[in-house]
Design a protein around this ligand. Structure first.
Ligand code: DGJ
Length: 711
């Protein structure tokens, strides 16, 4: 059969007539509803020429290409113990309106492939391999490969470091493989994250883009390949160490889902499909509360009276959740000891956590607690009592003075499960910040460790359905769509420096919707970079996510505290928009604009961000993407607390007037002159559909005071 799946401007056409492995004839823009006759004609016409010095029959790029098919690129299936050859299509059926199930097999192996196209236009593909011979099959690779056309000639993926996650990197795709492999036992700070292939120069709102992501928190490989023969593809799969997955007869292995998206209108078009799809399936509970996290305020110095003052200051600012970070458990006085000993420290908390939680509740907030359940310090009662639970034994290299607890060990798993359950039962804990601060570095253990983690999280969620969990891994080293099915929030990065955060949030947000991305208001001087930033810049940055505070508010001035309270109020007012809307971004280097527009396109909020000095005295006008061209909108500056710093003898006329009303088409194409922000400043602007019948108003005709030149 030939199958066409269509949704949200995307379609996939699959030639599953057999007996050869099925072929994806098209993945990309919607082709319209093709009748069977057209699909058959397409399948027939798509058979390529036979080039010289090649196989004597046309070579197709199948869904499961292997060497015996003539495919000399990276194969989809590899291993030993049974022949990886002669796969034949045994069954193809449409399992739902946009779901297909295929079965390919030889005498020893059977691969079941599930393909789903969501109504939002997101494609998910995974394989299940069953061993049906008489010998054990040792799997080395089972990957999902999807074709991309020759015009997808430029790649964009990510690298990064601790506190500098998701640094984009672009490269042209020539002949060969651009392959990224991660062996951290977690995605890592340098996670390739989302591999995009697009028409050269594709941007946030321009170009055709095809992208893949692996929904998995362990090791992976993700790659793009273009063969001298001409075929191009994107591939993804779990990176398996030799012997990591061995299937005895009758056993099977299921790959993680590969999530694939096509957009005809740039990177924003990827987000426009991914965000609503993620929202439709995952658990982020709205509204996302304003958090105060104690880490950068007190580190390991858990002095009850300091914490009490912090609780009071948080409540006065309007915070809704108080999160006690690292340092609360037995003997944890620094990062060298006690991980694994998940009992409240009696010295610092002689009456347990109850008095602190009581104060938090009395102040109208709920309570969250930091844990790092997959880890153990050699200097801990746990490691001393159960050295056999330590992954790799007690002599392996430490990292942040810690080792990994072998969650695949039933005793270790049961201990962690019991400890977490006991804490969650003993105390009214609304939220766990679940940290993971080192690489695994145990070849062959990642698959089972990741599977055990997922089981642990799923079990806790089932037993404590009200509990919310945040995935943190030294900041943003474990952000993927596998874990996102099991948590409510991710800690985007350890840096609270707004300049770094602007870039990190911008790129992390291509895949993950803003309401999942923890972003905190840090101290005036960022602890990690030492850079001092204006309060308004910190406000404008932390607003666009799941907002919180990570600043010792007991040291803040009265004026700053009043501004913080105002900011919290604005966040609470705006979060229904920020956490359900469509994210839009402009390309830009020195300056960029990003925003969120409500799904009905009646309102939006935008930020103009000056990363550094503009290239021109008058920077590019602010263009408002994502609005309805035929609707008139009133645009107004939004100032929270101190105004951003500008150097201008007079502000743009519309800014002075305080508002302007214009059609969406004008705002998108002509835009509005930008205020002259100094570097590391951001200005906020709201947009609201004007009542029907309201005529355009022009800020240019307004009179207004000259804004104070800050020279
Ligand atoms: C690393 C996290 O990313 C930080 O936010 C903090 O929780 C520390 N660990 C605590 O040890």
């Amino acid at each position: 059969m030939i199958i066409q799946l269509r949704a949200a401007g995307t379609s996939l056409v699959l030639d599953a007539r057999g007996p050869r492995p099925a072929v994806v004839l098209h993945w990309g823009p919607d082709l319209g509803a093709l009748p069977e006759s057209d699909l058959a004609a397409l399948a027939g016409a798509a058979v390529p020429a036979v080039p010289p010095s090649s196989l004597d029959e046309p070579l197709r790029l199948s869904l499961l290409p292997t060497v015996d098919q003539g495919w000399t690129g990276r194969p989809a299936l590899a291993g030993w113990g049974a022949p990886v050859a002669d796969l034949r299509l045994r069954e193809a059926r449409q399992a739902g309106p946009r779901e297909v199930r295929l079965e390919h097999a030889n005498d020893f192996l059977r691969v079941t492939t599930e393909i789903e196209l969501s109504e939002q236009g997101v494609l998910r593909v995974r394989h299940t391999l069953g061993c049906h011979g008489t010998e054990t099959f040792h799997l080395t690779a089972l990957d999902v490969l999807l074709p991309v056309p020759a015009r997808a000639a430029e790649l964009l993926d990510f690298s990064g470091l601790w506190a500098y996650e998701r640094r984009p990197q672009r490269t042209p795709l020539g002949h060969g493989v651009w392959s990224r492999e991660t062996r951290h036992g977690r995605p890592g700070h340098d996670d390739p994250y989302l591999l995009m292939a697009g028409t050269p120069g594709f941007g946030f709102r321009t170009g055709q883009v095809w992208a893949v992501h692996l929904a998995w928190s362990g090791d992976k490989r993700i790659w793009a390949e273009r063969q001298a023969l001409g075929y191009g593809l994107l591939g993804a799969g779990e990176l398996l160490a030799p012997g990591e997955v061995s299937l005895a007869p009758g056993e099977q292995y299921t790959t993680p889902w590969t999530v694939a998206v096509y957009s005809g209108d740039g990177i924003d078009g990827l987000s426009a499909r991914l965000h609503p799809w993620i929202r439709s399936r995952t658990a982020a509970r709205l509204p996302r509360p304003v958090v105060l996290n104690t880490w950068e305020a007190v580190y390991f110095d858990h002095d009850p009276s300091t914490l009490d003052r912090l609780v009071d200051a948080a409540a006065a600012a309007g915070v809704e959740r108080f999160v006690l970070d690292d340092g609360w458990f037995a003997g944890r006085t620094d990062d060298r000891r006690a991980l694994g000993d998940w009992f409240v420290d009696e010295r610092r908390y002689p009456q347990g956590l109850r008095p602190l939680i009581h104060r938090v509740h009395k102040q109208g907030m709920d309570f969250g607690l930091w844990v790092e359940p997959e880890m153990v310090n050699p200097d801990s009662a746990l490691a001393r009592e159960h050295p056999d639970w330590v992954l790799g034994g007690v002599d392996g290299p430490t990292w942040r003075h810690q080792r990994v607890l072998d969650l695949a060990h039933p005793g270790a798993y049961a201990y962690v499960r019991e400890r977490l359950g006991a804490l969650l039962t003993a105390y009214p804990i609304a939220f766990l910040k679940w940290d993971h601060n080192r690489d695994l570095l145990q070849p062959g253990a990642t698959h089972r460790q990741t599977a055990a983690l997922y089981r642990l999280l799923a079990g806790l969620r089932a037993d404590f359905p009200e509990l919310e969990i945040e995935s943190c891994a030294s900041g943003g080293a474990r952000i993927d769509l596998g874990i996102l099915e099991l948590v409510d929030r991710v800690w985007t990065s350890d840096t609270n420096d707004p300049l770094e955060r602007q870039r990190i949030q911008r790129w992390t947000g291509v895949l993950v919707p803003p309401e999942f991305l923890g972003g905190h208001l840090g101290a005036p001087t960022a602890h990690i970079t030492g850079r001092t930033s204006a309060l308004s810049f910190r406000f404008a940055t932390a607003l666009f996510g799941s907002a919180g505070i990570e600043w010792d508010l007991t040291t803040a001035s009265e004026a700053d505290l009043a501004a913080v309270a105002q900011w919290v109020g604005e966040y609470r007012r705006l979060r229904p928009l920020l956490h359900t809307g469509v994210v839009v971004r402009s390309d830009g280097d020195a300056h960029f604009v990003h925003g969120v527009v409500s799904t009905d396109r009646r309102r939006g909020i935008y930020a103009l961000v000056a990363l550094r000095a503009a290239g021109a005295a008058l920077p590019e006008p602010i263009r408002f993407a994502g609005l309805d061209p035929g609707t008139r909108y009133t645009v107004r500056p939004l100032t929270i607390g101190p105004a951003p710093r500008v150097v201008q003898d007079a502000a743009p006329a519309w800014w002075q007037a305080g508002e302007v009303t214009l059609p969406g088409s004008v705002l998108a194409e002509v835009g509005l002159p930008a205020p002259l922000l100094t570097p590391e400043q951001a200005a906020l602007v709201t947009v609201e559909a004007a009542p029907a019948g309201q005529r355009s108003s022009s800020g240019a005709s307004a009179s207004g005071g000259r804004s104070a030149p800050a020279r």
